[in-house]
Write a protein that binds this ligand. Sequence first.
Ligand code: SF4
Length: 306
Amino acid sequence: MAKNDSKSLELVYKVWQDLREHFETNDRSESIETVVSVLSDSGHSSQDIHDVFQNDPEFDRIVSLFFEEDVNRDNKGKLRLSAVGKEDRKLWYDYHGYDKEPLGTDTRIKFCFGNLLEAFVLLLVKEAGHKVTECQKEVTVGEVKGHIDCLIDGELVDVKSASPYGFKKFKDGSILKGDDPFGYMYQLSSYGKALKKKIGYFLSIDKSGGGLNLLEVPLDRVDPVQRIGYLKEIMPHELPPSRCYEEVRESSGNRKIGFNCKYCDFKAECWKDSNNGQGLRKYNYARGPEYFTHVQREPRVEEDFF
Ligand code: SF4
């Protein structure tokens, strides 16, 4: 390990030592996982991290898990309760081990920030005098495993950090009416099924504005057992299920992928037959990139070959 690399690791360790005072043991795992994934992404090996964090058994355990099992990203041949509500085709690519788009450091930091915020929300709940138990308890439905966030005063609660756009779905309850692209209703309902609960709660925080919301969720709106049975049947198929979303047509005659596909890790593979077999074409607009499936009129912005 180069001297500067060692210094940056030592700095991360010092920051972590300060931060850890603010989290109880049960809340730390996800934050440590994210820190470890950022360090791994920056080229630090398992040995480097073990050397610098050697006095911290929690870090030691998660570093070992991360490097031995690649806990965060490799879902080949696996289903997880946290993902059973996701789109069929997206899950199929994941189940079959297709390469995901690499996470940029900005995305990893965003995840880290989200995890820290969620731990912070639980800290506030405890400070307010509520009893937080069963954090990260493993549960199983139809042989598919998952981990609940926690019980608060005995009630099933899933903590979510969300963008202002995502937060609105919790606040106005539209997530209960099907506006749920991440499949959170199936996730919470499967935990409820495992714990024999009829009601659960989303405790959400707006990452930008800091607003908090507690949404009561009847857990009979979706059927996780039926969903898991269906997924187990279709996942091993040789061909992927049909696409989850249609293309978006523009008045110019151009067609592009929609919002949910734009953020999908498998978009390049999924749409590789677009543009007459050329695959997606990415153009960098001021509002962010757009991915075209058919270009009739060349957009007046730079094309980015990805
Ligand atoms: S790119 Fe869109 S259609 Fe394809 S798997 Fe992802 S979400 Fe589904």
